[in-house]
Design a protein. Structure first.
Length: 186
């Protein structure tokens, strides 16, 4: 069952897409398609949602969406630079989309301490109908999921079956949806 607070966030994205007559595509790594699942659970979303590339491994990020090997080697996949390339790459691959959002991160366990719970989200926009016109990055942000979990509208002890990784994944999905909504409303 999908949590109500995530479904509500997805509905807000759908409403903003409808209001502005825009189309969205996603590139998901650490959320593993969760945001796409939330979006596709909404009736009528096919008018505004193009799809999601789940690019979990380095090789997939490079081959499917054109993330540069140098970016991954220098910054790793848990970086704003990789989130930027993912958003631009998935938008380039999806001519009908006007907006793209990407997420990458390390939700643990066994993450290096400087990456543990860290997520990076990128939002890109194609402002021209000319497919040859390059899309622009609207925002690139990074967040610590453990701080985001504190914003959840439920008590941690009410869902003891969720691991820390699962809680982080829910927090990451919610944050991605919030950033998409904010970008669409600008």
């Amino acid at each position: 069952m999908l949590p109500d607070f995530l479904l509500q966030a997805a509905k807000e994205v759908q409403a903003a897409l409808r209001t502005h007559d825009e189309k969205l595509v996603l590139a998901e790594s650490c959320t593993g398609g969760l945001v796409a699942t939330l979006m596709t659970s909404l009736p009528g979303i096919s008018d505004y949602f193009c799809g999601s590339a789940i690019v979990y491994r380095w090789d997939t990020k490079m081959k499917w969406l054109g993330v540069q090997p140098e970016t991954l080697e220098k910054y790793t996949d848990v970086s704003r630079e990789t989130a930027r390339e993912l958003a631009l790459g998935v938008l380039k691959q999806t001519p009908e989309a006007t907006w793209a959002a990407s997420i990458t991160g390390h939700l643990g366990p066994n993450a290096p301490s400087h990456q543990d719970g860290l997520i990076c989200i990128g939002i890109a926009h194609r402002s021209s109908n000319d497919f040859n016109s390059p899309p622009e990055i609207q925002t690139i942000e990074s967040f610590q999921c453990d701080a985001l979990i504190a914003e959840f509208p439920f008590k941690a002890d009410s869902t003891p079956e969720l691991s820390l990784r699962q809680q982080r994944q829910l927090a990451a999905a919610r944050q991605m949806l919030k950033l998409i909504s904010a970008a669409l409303e600008r």
